[in-house]
Design a protein around this ligand. Structure first.
Ligand SMILES: NC(=O)c1ccc[n+]([C@@H]2O[C@H](COP(=O)([O-])OP(=O)(O)OC[C@H]3O[C@@H](n4cnc5c(N)ncnc54)[C@H](OP(=O)(O)O)[C@@H]3O)[C@@H](O)[C@H]2O)c1
Length: 253
């Protein structure tokens, strides 16, 4: 059963909606115990209730991923409840598209803090604990096709995701002999709270039709690739940046 994650404890940030919620459901269905973390605890509790009804274990925990000082307490809490976290999915993220000269200092700082610094500090907390316990594990970073190319209005977002890609590669090298693999998904467009207003417009629809696949991805289409990178099926995959985009990265300029 190489794609199973039985007895794995998986922390997913940004699990209250969109890609994070889909990954939480998919990983729970593959046997994992899932820790759902984000700011909207009510949303996490509803998803956790649904997952528990399917027979899997789910633990909803409030987290502001832009506050690294809170990370240690979150890991302590999971260890008290269930044990050491084996898989970290750095998924929480934001996008505030704006032309470079119109991007506010605040939007730039908040984009970097959530999309890049949060994975940085969460990975430190995660790996330090695993290495001290001489245990193996896996980090999955949710990057973006906009880490591989860019577009007008995406300087801050693309830069943050590009930095996340380089963090993925750096940590893959540093941790490989400690038994911690570090990979990333680079999703193309998926309709979530982050972009649903844009894709509801005629311009948004026209844009989607202009992409190689002519459509957005379905959230379920991310689950198989994520399981591959985080399970025994991908035991020799390390430092991989895997586009899941219907071929969009091929057409990026
Ligand atoms: N949708 C796409 O087309 C696409 C494409 C490529 C990559 N991505 C990446 O996929 C990831 C998930 O995005 P999504 O599309 O699923 O968007 P989404 O539905 O807006 O989800 C974003 C998640 O991040 C959480 N979050 C935001 N600020 C947070 C904070 N300070 N602390 C903790 N959690 C926080 C949100 O939860 P709370 O508000 O409850 O905190 C939410 O669960 C992001 O990293 C995004 O960049 C998305």
């Amino acid at each position: 059963m190489p794609f199973r994650l039985d007895e794995q404890i998986v922390l997913i940030t940004g699990a209250s909606s969109g890609i994070g919620a889909a990954l939480a459901r998919g990983f729970a269905a593959a046997g994992a115990s899932v820790v759902l973390a984000a700011r909207r605890l009510d949303r996490l509790e509803a998803i956790a209730t649904e997952i528990r009804a399917s027979g899997a274990r789910a633990l909803p925990l409030a987290l502001d991923a832009s506050d690294p000082k809170s990370f240690s307490a979150l890991f302590d809490r999971v260890e008290q409840e269930w044990g050491l976290i084996n898989v970290l999915i750095n998924n929480a993220g934001l996008a505030r598209p704006a032309r470079f000269l119109k991007t506010s200092d605040r939007d730039f700082a908040e984009t970097m803090r959530l999309n890049f610094e949060a994975p940085w500090f969460l990975s430190q907390e995660f790996a330090a604990r695993l290495i001290a316990a001489k245990r193996s594990g896996c980090i999955l970073n949710i990057a973006s096709v906009l880490a591989l190319g860019s577009g007008p209005g995406y300087a801050a977002y693309s830069s943050s995701k590009g930095a996340l890609v380089q963090l993925t590669r750096s940590l893959a090298l540093e941790f490989t002999r400690a038994g911690i693999r570090v990979n990333a998904l680079a999703p193309g467009w998926f309709v979530t709270e982050m972009n649903e207003h844009w894709f509801a417009t005629p311009e948004g629809q026209t844009y989607l039709q202009s992409t190689p696949a002519g459509r957005a991805g379905q959230l379920e289409e991310l689950i198989g690739p994520a399981l591959l990178l985080c399970s025994k099926a991908g035991s020799f995959l390390n430092g991989v940046i895997l586009p899941v985009d219907g071929g969009h990265h091929v057409a990026l300029k």
